[in-house]
Design a protein around this ligand. Structure first.
Ligand code: SF4
Length: 99
């Protein structure tokens, strides 16, 4: 295999936190503790490349961050940043008209 695509469970997810925005609210560390961790009162540590199994938790963390400092790139085909709530768990389910 010479690609960087991982077949099992999806590709790893790239995580970037804009530390200039981050205010250390720790919502992300609460929702995705395997990816984000607070170091002291203000410093945020995070794993820049998380396993695909973290996608849902990451989506929750993205949605919960009060300053929207978290960017997630699932690396599927090109860059894909998930804005707040993009992967929310079937909330709403509004139909698209099906034309
Ligand atoms: S939730 Fe947002 S502001 Fe809070 S620690 Fe995480 S990235 Fe920083």
């Amino acid at each position: 295999m010479d690609g960087d695509r991982v077949g099992e469970g999806g590709a790893p997810v790239r995580v970037v936190v804009d530390l200039n925005r981050c205010q250390g609210y720790a919502q992300c560390a609460f929702l995705a503790p395997d990816v984000f961790r607070m170091h002291g009162d203000e410093a945020l540590l995070y794993v820049p490349q998380a396993g695909a199994e973290q996608r849902e938790r990451l989506a929750q963390a993205v949605a919960a961050c009060p300053v929207q400092a978290i960017l997630v790139d699932d690396g599927q085909d090109g860059r894909r940043t998930l804005p707040a709530g993009a992967l929310a768990d079937g909330t709403g389910g509004h139909g698209d008209g099906g034309r």
